[in-house]
Write a protein that binds this ligand. Structure first.
Ligand code: KIV
Ligand code: ZN
Length: 502
């Protein structure tokens, strides 16, 4: 039997971007969308246009920037949401509206204070309304994972009859077991007219609360689903969504027994993963399948010995198949602009000459401090000009610290183009610096959390600092990176302040 095409629906820019601290601006979202196009995804869920002017604008701009993937916009089963999504999608070459409503008993009772009959009516009305705006409508039955199969089949039948082409069966809470989720898809395939003949297809959308998102997705595919909803690095609400790279590589590694194939160019997985991690300031756990830094590192003696004798003893995938090419990822101070441009392009970053020149200057400054620059360093440098337009900028920081001395910091800030200076002692260099900063910025703010991460190795490495600062009941996420750990921390703190709403 010949394999079917499995459609890859990427929701990094919608479900993934909902994660606190992972928000991107429109320029960054366009960069991600273009990289997803290179990766070969079929559908890009670009946002939830009614939720904010920023989301609306991103859907508009991504629609203009991307050529062949379908651009999808999320809505509730509400006419004004659908109007807004249709308007945001006006420039898309291929467009889809993704509308839906909760179908589990708890959603019907507590979220909508409604009845099963009324939910079906609202679902059908939304699909018909959306079909008047665009040809391709996808319907999601929120919390389908906990919806009784017989009722779910009635909902799905009704929306297929109303003209939905794709029916999304989300395991919204990540509760299902793989066999149970597979049974659900099988039940729908057998009980809904229009699924066997391809009038509509089923889509999986699995969350990872119990660590089963990928297993559930594969179980859905083995039972008939022909679209999967995934994110890069598995980012998403709470424990995240099914990760694209895991599904793509499972299909590739098990090609001979899988009923499906995909259009993903797997060699673009690694650069895409690095780009998302860097733009969203979201580290990838080292043991993450496919894209973790240890995913291809054999540390035990027995494994290393086996791999040296024959790589297949312990490796089921060639790192090159996911785009890891050990020889090409390090640049030095002797690398020219062309090498920098080439490496950035491999990582999905396009620059005009002016920005390349600025980035190259920063590259040389960093290469002076750190001999070899890897992909993470380059991605950070590529994003560094963001800071130039910020209201508050760190001009200089001088710190004295060490064993047996009281740490003291002198700080110089530019606030709306005016220079301010202050100094303070503290119980450590970061504390002294933040106390000095607070003498200039008189806002009520509390540091809630701080994570320090060295990017790869070596005492000369760039350090990344993630921070959460509370201000007037809101928590703001900030990020800083520098070869100096105290400077990176102060940069992260200032990044939080620059995001304050008031
Ligand atoms: O998890 C979910 O149910 C969703 C829907 C809005 C598609 O993200
Ligand atoms: Zn979701």
């Amino acid at each position: 039997m010949s394999a079917d095409r499995l459609y890859i629906f990427d929701t990094t820019l919608r479900d993934g971007e909902q994660v606190p601290g992972c928000q991107l601006n429109t320029v960054e979202k366009i960069q991600v969308a273009k990289q997803l196009e290179l990766l070969g995804v079929d559908v890009i869920e670009a946002g939830f246009p009614i939720s904010s002017p920023g989301d609306f604008n991103s859907v508009v701009e991504i629609s203009k920037a991307v050529t062949w993937p379908t651009i999808c916009a999320l809505t509730r089963a509400v006419e004004k949401d659908i109007d807004c999504a249709a308007e945001a999608l006006q420039y898309a070459k291929h467009k889809r509206i993704h509308t839906g409503i909760g179908t589990s008993d708890s959603h019907i009772k507590y979220k909508f204070n409604s009845t099963r009959e009324e939910i079906i009516e609202r679902a059908v009305a939304a699909v018909k309304y959306a079909r008047n705006k665009v040809d391709e409508v996808e319907f999601y039955a929120e919390d389908a994972g906990r919806t009784e199969n017989e009722f779910l089949a009635k909902v799905v039948q009704a929306v297929v009859n109303a003209g939905a082409k794709v029916i999304n069966i989300p395991d919204t809470t990540g509760y299902c077991l793989p066999w149970e989720y597979g049974e659900k898809i099988k039940y729908l395939m057998e009980h809904v007219d229009g699924l066997q003949d391809g009038r509509a297809i089923l889509s999986t959308h699995c969350h990872n609360d119990l660590g089963m998102a990928t297993a559930n997705t594969i179980s859905g595919v083995m039972n008939g689903a022909r679209q999967v909803e995934v994110t890069i690095n598995g980012i998403g609400e709470r424990a995240g969504n099914t990760s694209l790279e895991e599904i793509a590589m499972i299909i590739k590694c098990h090609q001979s027994t899988m009923p499906v194939y995909s259009n993903i160019n797997t060699t673009k997985i690694w650069p895409t993963s690095r780009m998302i991690s860097s733009l969203m300031n979201m580290p990838v756990q080292p043991n993450k399948a496919i894209v973790g830094k240890n995913a291809f590192a054999h540390s035990s003696g027995i494994h290393q010995d086996g791999v040296l004798k024959n790589v297949q003893t312990y490796e089921i995938m060639d790192p090159k198949d996911v785009g890891i090419d050990e020889n090409s990822i390090v640049l030095t101070a002797r690398s020219g602009r062309a090498a920098l441009r080439h490496r950035l392009e491999v990582l999905g970053v396009q620059m005009d000459q002016e920005k390349l020149d600025k980035t190259y200057e920063a590259f040389l400054r960093l290469a002076d401090k750190k001999k070899e620059l890897n992909d993470d360093d380059l991605l950070i440098l590529a994003g560094a000009e963001k800071a130039e337009s910020n209201h508050i900028q760190l001009e200089s920081l001088q710190v004295t610290t060490g064993k047996g001395v009281t740490p003291i910091a002198a700080i110089r800030l530019k606030v709306a183009n005016e220079i301010f200076e202050a100094a303070s002692v503290g119980n450590g260099p970061v504390d002294a610096s933040i106390k000095a900063l607070k003498q200039i910025i008189h806002r009520k703010m509390v540091l809630k959390e701080m994570t320090i991460q060295a990017i790869s190795k070596g005492s000369d490495d760039l350090c990344k600092v993630h921070m959460q600062v509370e201000h007037e009941g809101h928590v703001y996420y900030g990020f800083g990176s520098d070869t100096d750990i105290v400077t990176a921390s102060v940069d992260a703190y200032i990044d939080c302040i620059n995001k304050f709403k008031h």
